[in-house]
Design a protein around this ligand. Sequence first.
Ligand code: SAH
Ligand code: SF4
Ligand code: F3S
Length: 446
Amino acid sequence: MKKVYLETFGCQMNVSDSERAASSLESKGYEIISDENLADIVLFNTCSVREKTEHKLYSKVGKIRSQQNLRKPLIGVLGCVAQLEGETLFQKSQGIDFVLGTKAVGRVSNAIEEVLNGRKQFLDLGKREENYDWSVSETQRNSPHVGFIPIIEGCNKFCTYCIVPFSRGRERSLVAFQIIQQVLKLRDEGIKEIHLIGQNVNSYRPKTEEGLEKFKGATAFSRLLRAVAATGIERIKFTTSFPRDFHSDIVDAINENENLCNWVHLPVQSGSNDILKAMRRGHSIESYLEKIDKIKSAPERISLTSDFIVGFPNETEKDFRETLKLVEYCQFDSSYVFKYSPRPGTPAFQMIDNVSEKEKTIRFLEFEKIQKIYQQMALQSYINKTVDVLVEKFSSKNPKELSGHTKCHKVVNFESKFERNNELMGKIIKIKVTKSKANTLYGNVI
Ligand code: SAH
Ligand code: SF4
Ligand code: F3S
């Protein structure tokens, strides 16, 4: 039995593709292992959203090929770097045996067989097969207790800095009845929480309304949310939402349905209208804040998170101050912040990257300092409260502690009575929160 090690970089879409690649390999008799050093085949599912994420691939491949051991695993590259570089990847990074584009993940076993049969530098950038199997085997889930369901692939937005529309192609929505079938299957398997995923989930626009006919809603996405809620699965989360397509009816759907979780990830990137325009995000700060106000007015607190880029070309100190002002207004529960990274092939690559690395770092650190204050405030607001936690795993730092997420997607760690106690795993239980640290809540089982 050939052993495969698969490492994933990048977003949840990649994690989800990896789940399916591993499932299909497993069904064809490969063993998926977690020790890279024992592998016959090493696969990297790659990300090119920033230069640093792309370079992870090159250093990984370099490291394997420089090892002097006898085992010389085959190396396959999947995902966004594979799609964008195609054939040139074989020259850029010596020692790669095959390259599979973002739509070709379903054919990973075919690529391996081609190479085992002697094909050199095998390349597949082809389309998704008609009968592509979207299901994931129980053993290959990223988290055994959470199901990822892609509802829309690709992106049509072409923000000027972003490579994703090039690596993932145009938006394509899955038909609702297929999504609902997957949810029902997961529910029947005992899965408590599903994540509807996509680059922009709320741009969901299927070719037919099949499966949505009975559901009200201002957009196809809010009809889908209500349809998925009606399956009765315990928890539904969705990510990422795109501000321009964020309709207030999404908040109404959350308010109406206990199982639609109170968490919205709504990346804004900048607090300056000038920068938003240069980024071609297609919305203004004012329209973004209207959506934030609607989210904040919900009767049950909705946790709000975002993404930011600092140091976009021509971002002035004043633009950056406006970003901080927006953070102070929105008080995000947490935010990812990135230094602008020019990506070849994107429109912004033509602009001069004129904010110095030093200035980018200063803004990055200042952003983090302010954001941390609001993050702490949000976490502290849960102290002495009781929260429902889906128990997902043992804490990596302390084997006596279990770890899981709340409905509003906060990480909660708590002591279990016995070391390696499995009894609570996969269940939703009540925890009284006692304290908070940087990114985590701590508490006790009630
Ligand atoms: N579709 C989502 C996000 C996709 S990429 C959205 O529109 O919000 C995830 C995050 O990576 C983005 O939100 C952005 O903050 C960051 N990002 C994308 N391209 C980048 C670049 N060239 N440099 C730095 N950060 C980038
Ligand atoms: Fe990239 Fe913009 Fe599409 Fe998000 S919406 S994936 S940032 S192009
Ligand atoms: Fe990265 Fe591709 Fe996702 S570039 S962020 S893995 S869509």
